[in-house]
Design a protein around this ligand. Structure first.
Ligand code: COA
Length: 260
């Protein structure tokens, strides 16, 4: 499949999706959101993809936000639709994807860009990364899940301050806040993300999917995460991966998971 705004490349079990609008600092317009959805859907279905990495092209930005030029003249109804559609197609979609998604934050991750990174299962950043939710400086609030996911990741007080000040934090502060898991030199970001991806790939993809579902259940209204865990735990016992994993352990060999 060919795309206009993104690049998608699969190699050694890793699909790297690069948002590729460097002249607009990779801002998320409608077409880019749709293409990201399509690429993620394809990768999630493919047996060749075990882990997905999302990053931005160029050295300056991961994603500098939703494309402001697209919504500057929106009214109340269109504003609400924009947020709902984006959350459904991309942000909630990533969070609930069964394939692990790592955000490799390589520069500005602002507004929708930070929201995209936060929707991923976890984040790594290069030392030049800058993160923030500047929406209130535009007279609007984060609409792609930012008001929900930021407090989950950094705590309510820090989220309130970041949102209210519309300020940016650097990579080290993000690390201290727990917003990103690792910080590395600019040229080593993708290598680090791939290294983590390789560790993930050694494990059962079916069990990982069950784990993502169970962890996410903790953050869903009206869902009992412990019950979800019990159910997903039980389901693992019916998988070929479970048989292989436990057999390999008892036979003192490395497991070769069929991913079923
Ligand atoms: N939407 C649309 N276009 C954007 C954009 C966004 N969120 N962020 C950057 N761009 C565009 C700029 O308009 C500019 O385009 P142009 O060259 O056609 O004028 C280009 O990307 C480069 O950005 P520029 O502002 O010139 O770069 P800079 O280095 O001076 O500043 C930022 C970088 C990130 C500080 C600045 O671009 C910015 O504040 N962007 C908006 C961030 C934001 O508010 N995001 C939340 C949106 S809800």
């Amino acid at each position: 499949m060919s795309y206009e705004n993104i690049l998608s490349n699969t190699y050694n079990g890793i699909t790297t999706i690069t948002i590729n609008r460097p002249s607009k600092l990779n801002a998320l317009n409608k077409a880019t959101i749709q293409e990201l959805h399509d690429a993620l859907k394809i990768a999630n279905k493919s047996d060749d993809t075990k882990v997905i990495i999302i990053t931005g092209s160029g050295e300056k930005a991961f994603v500098a936000g939703a494309d402001i030029s697209e919504f500057a003249d929106f009214d109340v109804k269109n504003g609400e639709k924009l947020a709902a559609k984006g959350q459904e197609l991309l942000f909630d979609y990533i969070e609930n994807l069964g394939t692990p998604v790592i955000a490799a934050v390589n520069g500005f991750a602002l507004g929708g860009g930070l929201e995209l990174a936060m929707a991923c299962h976890f984040r790594v950043a290069s030392a030049n990364a800058k993160m923030g939710l500047p929406e209130v400086s535009l007279g609007v609030i984060p609409g792609y899940g930012g008001t929900q996911r930021l407090p989950q990741l950094v705590g309510k007080g820090r989220a309130m301050e970041m949102v209210m000040t519309a300020g940016m934090i650097d990579a080290n502060q993000a690390l201290q806040y727990g917003l990103v898991n690792h910080v590395t030199a600019e040229g080593e970001l993708i290598t680090l993300a791939e290294k983590i991806a390789s560790k993930i790939m050694r494990n059962s993809s079916v069990a990982i999917k069950a784990a993502i579902k169970s962890i996410n259940a903790n953050y869903k209204d009206g869902v009992n995460g412990y019950k979800t865990e019990v159910k997903q735990f039980g389901k693992c016992f019916g998988t070929e991966d479970f048989t292989e994993g436990t057999t390999a352990f008892l036979e003192k060999r490395k497991a070769d998971f069929p991913g079923k």
